[in-house]
Write a protein that binds this ligand. Structure first.
Ligand SMILES: [Zn+2]
Ligand SMILES: [Zn+2]
Length: 348
């Protein structure tokens, strides 16, 4: 039997954060392709849009009026997925028909008062304000007795179902551990118990040694395409030190994080010469009061695009019914992102 060649042979890769496998089919990436698709015409947006419900001074759908904010601005979601005062009772009249009342707090974070910006176009000092806001909100929302987990995320782009292009993110928090967090708790706890070090600390050390999947790194942060990436240009942004949460970060680490977000999002935009869509979110230690020595702070970026500004990867058919699959190996995706310019294409 010849050795397994990860650039040639179909194989599966293990995701140690979730204890799941994904299928990689590198030979399919060699299928004939009709060639480059033209990038979309540059999107021109005004700095202020009178019809945008997130712009400063504008009326929101729920009727409230935004203050004339000049920096990052947070408000309670007008249409929250969870409410604070739902009865927490359980409906369990049959083991196959279980339901549980759920409570939570949902907020919206406007990253900037400027309608025409994105994180990729914001100054690093302004991204630092976003980092500080994420940390403050984690403490504030997580400080409520009934909140077990604070999920911070950003849905960017119409392709991700984002209805307003104004740069913003969201926070949904719950009394219980969401599915992905529950998986990562189990995996990180088992690894820490067995090795006495966080799973991502060991993983990062090995990636730093191999270098082939790192997209960008600075003193405190590393952005890489994980070995087990599912989405074509998925990345993981990991704190070099095993910090447990955003509020744990000191000032230097927060500045470095803003720098890391800047360099990663600029590269994303430069990939297909467009404002690159993605869902991203932070995975930090739960706020239920228990101790999580094994938790290692990181963010996941899940972008849907595959070959151009319009051709996306679909998670359908086999992915939906069996196991996620990708064609381009993670190493090739990382090399493409790494080789892109640090200067945003619209400013080049
Ligand atoms: Zn706006
Ligand atoms: Zn995670």
């Amino acid at each position: 039997m010849p050795n397994l060649n990860l650039n040639e042979h179909p194989h599966r890769r293990f995701n140690p954060l979730t204890n799941e496998w994904i299928l990689v089919s590198p030979h399919r990436a060699k299928r004939p392709w009709r060639g480059q698709v033209e990038p979309p015409p540059p999107e021109v947006r005004p700095a202020y849009d009178p019809t945008c419900y997130l712009c400063p001074g504008n009326k929101r759908v729920g009727g409230q009026v935004n203050p004339v904010y000049t920096t990052t601005y947070v408000f309670d979601n007008d249409f929250p997925a969870l409410l604070r005062d739902t009865p927490a009772t359980e409906l369990a009249d049959h083991p196959l028909f279980r339901a549980q009342g759920d409570r939570g707090i949902c907020r919206v974070i406007c990253f900037s008062p400027r309608h025409d910006l994105t994180l990729a176009l914001m100054e690093t000092a302004d991204i630092r304000r976003v980092v500080d806001t994420w940390a403050e909100q984690t403490l504030d929302i997580g400080g409520h007795d009934f909140i077990g987990y604070v999920q911070i995320f950003e849905n960017k782009g119409e392709m991700m179902g984002c209805s307003d292009p104004h740069p913003h993110g969201q926070i949904w928090s719950t009394t219980w551990m969401p599915r992905e967090i529950a998986k990562e708790i189990a995996a990180q706890r088992d690894y820490f118990d067995a090795h006495g070090v966080t799973l991502l600390a060991d993983y990062l050390a090995e990636e730093q040694r191999r270098q082939e999947r790192i997209v960008y790194a600075n003193e405190h942060w590393t952005a890489l395409v994980p070995f087990w990436a599912t989405w074509p240009f998925e990345t993981l942004l990991v704190s070099n030190r095993p910090a447990r949460s955003l509020p744990d970060l000191d000032s230097g680490e927060r500045d470095a994080l803003a720098d890391g977000i800047h360099h990663l999002t600029v590269r994303y935009d430069n990939l297909f010469l467009m404002s690159f869509p993605y869902s991203m979110g932070w995975h930090q230690q739960p706020t239920d009061g228990a101790d999580y020595p094994y938790w290692h702070l990181h963010a996941h970026y899940y972008p849907p695009l595959l070959r151009s500004a319009t051709i996306k990867k679909f998670m359908v058919g086999y992915e939906l019914l069996a196991t996620p699959q990708r064609d381009i190996p993670a190493e090739q995706a990382a090399a493409r992102l790494r080789d892109l310019s640090d200067l945003h294409y619209s400013r080049a």
